[in-house]
Write a protein that binds this ligand. Structure first.
Ligand SMILES: C[S@@+](CC[C@H](N)C(=O)[O-])C[C@H]1O[C@@H](n2cnc3c(N)ncnc32)[C@H](O)[C@@H]1O
Length: 190
């Protein structure tokens, strides 16, 4: 007897889809092995993050957990910077490369399918984050160890806890919602 094949992808792709369906509406799509789900930063907030970090053409902007690459692409397209996106989901990395090509910035941005905790950050001058409070806490020692003094970190909605208060906080209104953006400047090594 012939049986109709199941709909949708098989293997890991199917698993990702199932996790995504469970989380849609509440959060976003969680790729297997990812620490937080894929949720986009609205473009108005992206612009304010990059402005708050004072991004300029000489900067190298790393987005840790880069999703569809929008922050890195905006940094190159609108501020003339170079950018690196680190993203655990290889499908999102491939999509980011396509979008960078369309935006005409493929020569100034790089996207890598990697675990952000395993990525060396020493050539970044700006790091952007939209992760979670817990991940920011876990990342804090790595950021302080690997980034040069004077490097800037901006985070959408999540701060770093009471042990590292932001140098500046702004609120951004988009549609009928509000986001916070936090800025830290890496202090001199003690
Ligand atoms: C909330 S989304 C933010 C996407 C993008 N930065 C933005 O603001 O639009 C977080 C992203 O981090 C990725 N991610 C989660 N854990 C990761 C890890 N350990 N290493 C690299 N990427 C990770 C997820 O797949 C997701 O795309």
């Amino acid at each position: 007897m012939n049986r109709t094949p199941p709909l949708g992808p098989r293997g890991p792709g199917r698993l990702a889809l199932l996790v995504c369906v469970v989380l849609v509406g509440a959060a976003g799509c969680l790729y297997p092995g990812a620490d937080v789900p894929y949720v986009q930063t609205p473009s108005d907030v992206v612009t304010e993050m990059l402005k708050l970090a004072g991004v300029k053409a000489t900067d190298v902007v790393y987005d840790l957990g880069s999703g569809d690459g929008r922050i890195v692409i905006a940094a190159a397209r609108d501020f003339g910077a170079r950018g690196v996106g680190i993203e655990i989901d290889p499908g999102l990395v491939a999509y980011s490369r396509e979008l960078a090509q369309k935006a005409g910035v493929a020569d100034r941005v790089t996207f890598r399918s990697d675990d952000l905790f395993e990525t060396n950050l020493s050539d970044a001058t700006v790091v952007t984050l939209y992760l979670s409070y817990d991940m920011n806490q876990r990342l804090r020692p790595k950021l302080l160890r690997e980034l040069r003094p004077g490097s800037r970190i901006v985070s959408h909605d999540f701060d770093m806890g009471p042990d590292w208060l932001p140098d500046q906080t702004i609120q951004v209104t988009w549609r009928d919602r509000k986001s916070y953006v936090f800025l830290w400047v890496v202090p001199p090594k003690s």
